[in-house]
Design a protein around this ligand. Structure first.
Ligand code: S3P
Length: 415
């Protein structure tokens, strides 16, 4: 149990850990590329360490020193390996695609939570490229067998960067052209990194095409993760003033700022620059009076991991908010429609879970109490923000799960 006391003010400047999505991709793709590379300011969360472990098992050198990772790519991946993906959906989904055309066989598996997560959404499009991928009732463990891949046009029904990336990474080993079209554009870190590594890739709005390519190793300086910064940005909006530095503000990730615009949160982006093909800025946020909002399916992908936090902000707003088009939350590390609603309701708020989102009756305050994280890192961190901003504070069950994406979270929070 982690105790969180309520506070009248919360202020400070924060350097946040590296972006989870970019760290995964930098490690995985460099491990399959020719040459040596360094990833700086890498996230040392358990999910990214799962990717490091898998790439080592496949034959790459992956040495971790503080937040720097040195990688020497494997000329050919080792076959017959068992890959433990831990809790990480990004590791298992991207790697299944990356390995599908590499001429090896591998078993990919994970912990109890990962073992319940859908893999049919990856296996089906990969099989249309000729991949030989077997799931276990559409879930992990997943078995990849050697196959010759041929490019295909894939139309995705859901906006998912993990599924899109799996198909693109398989497309790197396929003959001809592989295209993926999404209903709404999801985060595009894979596309940007593949381009920087010399892959033949073309992006046309929601359609991305790749051709068979060898990757060139590149050094990557990882920006701070906006999904981790979001908790400190929200605390600024609720309780004072915060400045989050060197945050990645790739437009496919800044949905939290769209939510802030609608909620009436006062924020400013300064020191904007581009580094390694990704936009970066410092984000300052100050205490604001929040109003109720509506969010729909077209808004969800750019704030998919922040939606529990956005729902929480709605509980501190004035009026009834509606979040729709967010069915994907049901298949994250927990069913986040249910776990978020429970979090808000047990602390004295009013949140009605729906089939694809939430209705939140904002009361401008929460009482406090005990939050069950259900071992979901985003729920634990949203719970910490809720308790700190509540009247009485409280406790979080299984708070250690924050280490999945933000091992130093409670230290930075100062609790
Ligand atoms: C991720 C994509 C998102 C996100 C996850 C990381 C990625 O999932 O929820 O935390 O790195 O590609 P989707 O597959 O729903 O886009």
């Amino acid at each position: 149990m982690q105790r969180i006391r309520s506070r009248d003010r919360f202020e400070g400047e924060f350097d946040l850990p590296g972006d989870k999505s970019i760290t995964h991709r930098a490690v995985m793709l460099n491990a399959g590329a020719d040459g040596e590379s360094f990833v700086q300011n890498a996230l040392m969360g358990e999910d990214c360490l799962s990717t490091c472990r898998c790439m080592r098992a496949l034959g790459a050198t992956v040495d971790v020193d503080g937040t720097t990772i040195r990688i020497v790519g494997a000329p050919k991946f080792r076959s017959g390996v068992e890959l433990d993906c831990g809790n990480s959906g990004t590791t298992i989904r991207l790697l299944t695609g990356f390995l599908a055309g590499k001429g090896i066989h591998a078993k990919l598996y994970g912990d109890a939570s990962l073992s319940t997560r859908p893999m049919g959404r990856v296996a089906e499009p990969l099989s249309s490229l000729g991949a030989n991928v077997e799931t276990t009732d559409s879930r992990p463990p997943v078995y990849v067998y050697p196959a010759l891949l041929q490019g295909a046009d894939v139309n995705l029904k859901i906006a998912s960067a993990q599924v899109k990336s799996a198909v693109l990474l398989a497309g790197l080993s396929a003959s001809g052209k592989t295209s993926v079209t999404e209903p709404v554009k999801s985060r595009d870190h894979t596309e940007r990194m593949l381009k920087a590594m010399g892959a033949k890739i073309q992006v046309d709005e929601r359609k991305v095409s790749v051709q068979k390519s060898e990757l060139r190793a590149i050094d990557v300086d990882v920006p701070a993760d906006i999904s981790s910064a979001a908790y400190f940005m929200a605390l600024g909006a609720l309780k004072g003033k915060t400045l989050c530095k060197n945050v990645g503000v790739n437009p496919t990730r800044t949905g939290i700022l769209t939510a802030f615009d609608r909620l009436g949160v006062k924020y400013e982006l300064t020191n904007r620059r581009i580094s390694g093909g990704e936009e970066i800025a410092d984000i300052s946020v100050e205490r604001s009076n929040l109003r109720a909002i509506e969010l729909g399916a077209e808004d969800a992908p750019a704030m998919i991991d922040e939606l529990p936090l956005v729902a929480l902000l709605c509980a501190f707003a004035d009026g009834e908010s509606r979040i729709t088009g967010a069915k994907e939350l049901k298949v994250k590390e927990s069913n986040r429609i249910l776990t978020t609603a429970e979090l808000i309701n047990t602390l004295g708020g009013e949140c009605i879970p729906t089939d694809d989102g939430f209705i939140i009756r904002g009361k401008k305050k929460l009482q406090g109490g005990i939050v069950n994280s259900y071992l979901d890192h985003r729920i634990a961190m949203t719970g910490a923000v809720a308790l700190l901003a509540s009247e009485r504070g409280g406790e979080i069950k299984d708070a250690h799960c924050c280490a999945i994406s933000f091992p130093t979270f409670f230290e930075k929070l100062g609790v």
